[in-house]
Write a protein that binds this ligand. Structure first.
Ligand code: FAD
Ligand code: NAP
Length: 334
């Protein structure tokens, strides 16, 4: 079923009011087989990692993934392999796993969006990445008009990266489901500083998966704007990874600059860079930088995608001028 001139406002967490000339709610795989292979598609999940900067015209079809289902593929005394269909809500899947006592995705609680989008940028938080628990990814290939799959190794997962991220906005593949391997008797990973501090403060020595998820939810709710109230798409920029030589030059000027080793290089929190140029809490028209986390750009109500993009560019220029670091957007610009 193809709908016409649909407002995308309810379908993106920035709450940007743009329209799609052609919009297809995807509720069954068979609908994909009926589509021509050539025209460009915009593939939409929860809309929590996109910025709409224009109306989407007749030349494209926005496919809104509403495919659902959770099935057990394999199970033994130690682990389970679960197939989760791509249109399932990510946080609801995390809650399902926690109810079952399965370990592996509790640190990724409360990330908005769909299961199908999770492998694309290899979602990560609080010391874990989804790549840690993915066995394989299934996708519809618009060119071959069939379902194909990649093992986790073939997905080339990296920091907020996978082989799927290389595909342009008019994607040629649509992720249809993901196989996750979770564990029944594993200790959750609480090595991330914010979690270690949380459990020390709450005097919990060996937290359960549910306690870890609850901690992650509490920490996130204390820092991040709720998209239902204030439009945002989480971290707008990726944390940059810089060479050791570049890091040495910067730390000489900014001894308090936080940084974490990443392979042979150093990862610098982009939020700290934005705070240091004085933009934390900055407001420009209806767009702004969140007052508790400078990495999050927000729509205070009625902002256009162009306004937010202009603010993002201003930040990129200032950060580059001061640190010679080119911030890359994590959010996909449509
Ligand atoms: P969408 O925004 O709908 O799409 C994102 C991109 O993926 C688009 O290019 C789209 O075309 C493509 N896409 C979507 N579904 C498919 C599919 N089935 N097949 C092929 N391509 C597809 N991210 C993190 O990594 N860690 C976090 O901790 C985190 N916290 C966040 C907190 C908040 C408050 C918000 C608003 C966002 C946060 N994010 C975080 C970003 C975002 O939630 C994730 O990137 C999420 O996986 C996006 O899912 P989505 O379904 O909303 O994707
Ligand atoms: P934070 O704890 O204040 O830390 C700031 C940054 O430092 C993070 O981005 C994190 O990088 C890095 N960091 C902190 N401790 C680290 C460690 N021990 N080892 C390596 N890197 C470390 O961050 P926050 O803003 O409150 O976010 C908490 C977590 O949620 C982070 O993992 C963040 O990625 C995730 N998050 C992501 C989004 C998004 O949209 N992508 C939005 C909100 C929160 P990493 O980002 O690599 O972890």
């Amino acid at each position: 079923m193809l709908l016409h001139n649909v407002s995308l406002k309810p379908y993106n967490t920035f709450g940007i009011d743009a329209t799609a000339a052609r919009f297809m709610p995807l509720t069954a795989i068979e609908q994909l087989a009926a589509l021509p292979s050539a025209p460009p598609y915009y593939l939409l999940g929860g809309g929590s990692n996109i910025l709409l900067t224009q109306n989407i015209g007749e030349d494209k079809i926005v496919i809104h993934n509403q495919l659902k289902g959770i099935t057990t593929v394999a199970e033994d005394s130690e682990s389970v392999v679960i197939n989760v269909v791509a249109g399932e809500n990510w946080h609801q899947w995390v809650c399902h796993a926690i109810d079952k006592g399965w370990c592996g995705i509790e640190n990724l609680a409360l990330i908005p969006g769909t299961v199908g989008a999770a492998p694309i940028q290899n979602i990560g938080a609080y010391g874990c990445e989804v790549a840690d628990v993915i066995e394989s990814v299934f996708y519809w290939n618009f060119n071959t008009q069939s379902i194909e799959s990649l093992t986790a190794a073939d997905c080339q997962f990296g920091y907020r990266y996978s082989v799927f991220k290389r595909m342009p906005a008019d994607n040629k593949v649509l992720i249809t489901s993901v196989n996750f391997k979770l564990y029944k008797n594993k200790q959750p990973n609480v090595s991330y500083n914010a979690l270690t501090d949380y459990f020390k403060a709450h005097q919990v020595d060996s937290p359960t998966v549910r306690q870890v998820a609850d901690a992650v939810i509490a920490i996130r709710q204390s820092k991040l704007p709720n998209p239902a109230i204030t439009g945002n798409a989480g971290s707008f920029f990726k944390n940059p990874v810089i060479s050791l030589a570049h890091y040495q030059r910067l730390i000489a000027h900014y001894p308090n600059m936080p940084a974490y080793p990443s392979a042979e290089q150093m990862k610098v929190p982009a939020g700290w860079l934005i705070e240091t140029i004085g933009y934390k809490g900055y407001k420009k028209g209806n767009a702004g930088v969140h007052s508790k986390q400078a990495l999050v750009l927000v729509n205070y109500g009625g902002a256009t995608g162009a306004e937010l993009l202009s603010l993002a560019k201003e930040i990129q220029q200032k950060v580059y001028a001061q640190f010679e670091i080119a911030l890359e957007t994590e959010v996909q610009i449509w």
